[in-house]
Design a protein around this ligand. Structure first.
Ligand code: GLU
Length: 388
């Protein structure tokens, strides 16, 4: 998102707040907001505060939600020989659903096992399989929403990839957990229930791919993991969360976007190689040369500050950009915009600025651009700029 987009979002929020306070607006579900019902938008087409989160599907019965499982801690089980150790990706999709009492009252669920891996091993093959399956499910019209269970380490990258290749207005909700299924106070079952509630909610339509954990709902473009072990790890550092989930309702605090970005066709695997170069003090250009020697078609700088790095690295990046490699500057800071032509002269170097996308998501976008033959620096910049 660009600063203008962020400002627009804040402006929309302000307008939304005024509308709610004055009680004279229509909610995304289409029904007029009663003046006696201030507060965030509840799930369900025009339902009021306190009504159930789940709504009827297009077929008039409970919403139909497909749960596609890929592994992660949410499917993890403790190691018998260790006090803290566990192995991710052990439980199946059916096991996960069975662990959530009463979930059959929220939606009619189907379960599919796409993979069963820790998300540190997530890869192009699984992304492509997942995206094709989701598009197929939506095209067949057999589901009202999709939930993807996933490890938390790279959930933000998979969410961002899916958000760019699944074009349905029906929701795709990624969910994980920070504690394995066998832990005390395992958070997986509650998170899965939240994800199904969101996927089943009419007010979730038109919002693309989302991530839910610990009662909090995030957009694919802004969500990021911020803590190695805490259950409250996911944040949306630039825009704030999309909303919150409780046992009774899904409460969106941001409006449905007026206009969403365009989508790419699902590429075939493997996607073009794009590497991230992490900047630090006393840096040399060796990581850039190394990536290029392994055939990288794109490079993303996880720069210091506003996407900056040492002069020899900038020189090497510029040389790569001028030889046809897509080079994008992002920042290792964790929040804020990487601004084009501010500290670093992108016009002169042939580089593009990632704006609000973090390095991991910038890498995914560069892969998709390369896969679609978009390599000209001006066009690459336009894709980053118009997207976020
Ligand atoms: N590294 C594992 C994964 O991402 C466990 C982390 C988690 O799921 O929370 O799948």
């Amino acid at each position: 998102m660009r600063s203008r987009t962020v400002l627009l979002r804040f402006a929309a929020l302000l307008v939304g707040a005024v509308v709610v306070l004055t009680g004279c607006g229509a909610r995304p579900g289409g029904a007029a907001t009663p003046s006696s019902a201030p507060g965030p938008v509840r799930a369900g087409a025009g339902v009021g505060v306190g009504k159930p989160a789940h709504a009827a599907s297009d077929s008039g019965s409970l919403p139909r939600i497909a749960v596609l499982a890929t592994g992660g801690t949410i499917a993890g089980k403790a190691n018998a020989n260790s006090a803290v150790g566990y192995t991710a990706g052990q439980a199946t999709a059916e096991d996960l659903i069975k662990a959530v009492p009463g979930i059959d009252k929220v939606a009619t669920l189907s379960a599919e096992q796409i993979a069963n891996i820790g998300s540190q091993d997530m890869n192009d093959q699984v992304w492509v399989k997942l995206a094709n399956r989701i598009n197929e499910l939506f095209a067949e019209g057999k589901v009202d929403g999709v939930v993807v269970t996933h490890g938390t380490d790279t959930i933000e990258e998979t969410a961002f990839f899916l958000d760019n290749v699944v074009s349905s207005d029906r929701p795709v909700v990624l969910v994980g957990s920070m504690r394995p299924a066998t832990a005390l106070s395992a958070d997986g079952p509650a998170n899965l229930r939240s994800a199904v509630q969101v996927a089943a909610a009419p007010s979730a339509r038109g919002r693309g791919t989302m991530v839910v954990l610990n009662d909090t709902l995030h957009s694919a473009d802004d969500v990021t993991k911020t803590n190695t072990t805490s259950v409250q790890t996911f944040k949306s550092p630039n825009t704030g969360p999309l909303g919150y989930v409780d046992a009774a309702a899904v409460n969106f605090v941001q409006p449905v976007p007026q206009r969403r970005h365009s989508h790419f066709p699902v590429p075939s695997a493997p996607l073009p190689r794009v590497d991230i170069v992490y900047s630090h003090s006393n840096m040399t250009a060796d990581p850039v040369k190394e990536a290029l020697s392994h055939g990288a078609k794109g490079l993303v700088l996880a720069g210091v500050g506003d996407g900056n790095t040492a002069k020899p690295v900038l020189d090497a990046l510029s040389k790569a950009a001028k030889s046809g490699v897509v080079v994008v500057r992002s920042s290792r800071v964790g929040s804020g915009e990487t601004v084009r032509n501010a500290e670093v002269d992108d016009d002169r170097l042939g580089t593009s600025a990632a704006h609000f996308l973090n390095p991991a998501k910038s890498r995914v976008l560069v892969q998709l651009l390369q896969a679609n033959g978009i390599t000209d620096p001006a066009k690459v910049q336009e894709e980053f700029t118009t997207r976020y």
